[in-house]
Design a protein around this ligand. Sequence first.
Ligand code: GLC
Length: 395
Amino acid sequence: MGKEWFSKARFGMFIHWGIYSILARGEWIRLIERIPSREYEALSWKFKAEKYNPEEWVELAEHAGMRYMVLTTRHHDGFSLFDSEVSDFTAPKTGAKRDLVAEFVEACRKRDMRIGFYYSLLDWRYPAYFLGPEKDPEGWREFVEYVHVQVRELCTNYGRVDILWYDGGWPWKAEDWRAAELNAMVRKLQPDILINDRSGLPEDFDTPEQQIIPSKDPKRMWEACMTMNDSWGYSAGDKNWKSTRQLIHALVYCASGGGNLLLNVGPKADGTIPLSSVRRLREIGRWMKVNGESIYGSERSNLRGSAVGPVTVKDGRVYVHVLRWPGREFTVTCIKNRVLSAYILPTKQELTVIQEGERITLKGLPKRPLDPYDTVIVLELDGDLEALPLHRYVP
Ligand code: GLC
């Protein structure tokens, strides 16, 4: 068990889904368009999740090479996809008439998919959230109590949970949320759980958003979360899709920095994932099937001796991700080890290795890249990588 699985996994699916999906302009719609609560709450009765089939989600994630999934159990709008004793604004008590989190969990478990719960601390339905603990101590206390109860429910009613993915702590501090106490409770209920850094406390891993920034401490785990277009929640008009190429490169850069990529989908209100996302995930899956070993369990390295693309490192191997095809030969540097052999990962085609001083020249490459996105070349070393610094005088 333990937590090591997270760094091995490297790739997960983020799912933003709620009653905001009906309006199809993202998950912030309630606040941005100043929708009165009555009008917004009426949406919950229209939210039927009629085509919700989480087994299909899990299959898609699995096919893409993802090893875990994080679902928005409750976003900032306060609508819970799960059954809760402290809220009537939930899927089971409105249009959908069932616990959507329970179904998600069941589907994940069937296929050994790791389970993550996104949970927003903030809830726009509470005036106290906007006023804060000083201006409204009484209201704040009640509000935070409700948050604690819901987190307890999530950690009690669904069996083993692998990740608790907080969000929305701003602008208040960890003490205001009583985060230390909250997380102690969570760990008691879920001893192996991983908790992200958004309750105001660092906990297990960092969560750079829409950017790939390895944590300063090389030992600390991190996960970049990223959208495929510019929206988390379903946004019908958002056509600014990243290409499959960009998405694969994002994954590679995360793995190369020793981090994960949590790639988002925003299902429609009925529970179906937009075709543009499905297509991309299937393409990524095709690439992962062949090249996954260069991603899963990658170790963080500071190897900077490749001009053709980033490298990932694992078990005495360096994987050069050739994003810019050099033609028949190129040179890698900054490796102290002896290179025993080199080959192209998908075809196992051996390359000629000429190692002279710090220069490792690879010859015999095909004229054109084998893969449209990223052709991976493997260097087998004589042991664990010893990287040399890039900066030095070259006579
Ligand atoms: C931000 C947004 C939120 C989204 C999250 C994902 O915090 O408020 O809508 O869920 O980022 O990282």
